[in-house]
Ligand binder design. Sequence first.
Ligand SMILES: Nc1ncnc2c1ncn2[C@@H]1O[C@H](COP(=O)(O)OP(=O)(O)OP(=O)(O)O)[C@@H](O)[C@H]1O
Ligand SMILES: Nc1ccn([C@@H]2O[C@H](COP(=O)(O)O)[C@@H](O)[C@H]2O)c(=O)n1
Length: 226
Amino acid sequence: MADIIVAIDGPAGSGKSSVSKAAARRLGFDYLDTGAAYRALAWFVLDRDIAPEDTETVLSSLGAFDYSISIDPSEPVVMVGETDVTDAIREPRVSAAVSAVARVPEVRSFVTSIFRSTMDAAPHDGIVVEGRDITTVVAPDAEARILLTADEEVRMARRSAELTSESAADVGEQLRSRDRADSRVVDFLTAADGVVTVDSTHLDFDQTVDAVLEVIARETTRTSHG
Ligand SMILES: Nc1ncnc2c1ncn2[C@@H]1O[C@H](COP(=O)(O)OP(=O)(O)OP(=O)(O)O)[C@@H](O)[C@H]1O
Ligand SMILES: Nc1ccn([C@@H]2O[C@H](COP(=O)(O)O)[C@@H](O)[C@H]2O)c(=O)n1
């Protein structure tokens, strides 16, 4: 198991995946995107024509959900069985379905045990794990725990600036409604005890990575001294 676990949570579009990947690369750590597992399950359910809200059928399909993810921050590849779903899980139809599967407690325990096994098997000295409940549920004892946030308008603007066929208004509404649904299940908007907030509202990307790296350095020094 990696000696150092860095847990990063935050709302949609706060920069969790891009900033975590960059920080992991700078540190020579592995990187685990936990949202990818929920997205891959939503993709799998849609692929089987199961309604994401049909909890009973979603749960009965879990046994056939053959999920894997690479934890190389430079090449995160997501597979379901033999299918590479790395790009497909980012499609708007998957984003729209994911909260319905992620709200089910049995789904959460199922994927959480996958995350813990992945962390146990991580080959490098450390791993950066990002999502919504990493600081509180998946890895509450992580050496560094960070809530990465930014004002909603800033997150919407950053998302809209990405290459997309959708209008800025649609992108913004999708981000807001996903946060609304997800925050009924997990609190990723307030920092739990011991979790350090990094607010990137007024920081550019590189400054945000530096701020996260500073917190990691400080927290890992503190925890290694008891
Ligand atoms: N500090 C920053 N300044 C400018 N752009 C940023 C900053 N942080 C992140 N971004 C950009 O914001 C966008 C959203 O970031 P990212 O996809 O990493 O967010 P996320 O929290 O993983 O989102 P989601 O939960 O929806 O998957 C990306 O285009 C990223 O490059
Ligand atoms: N720890 C997590 C991570 C994600 N989710 C759910 O997955 C969705 C997609 O996550 P992204 O980080 O890729 O945007 C997210 O909207 C949540 O529904 C989660 O519940 N817990």
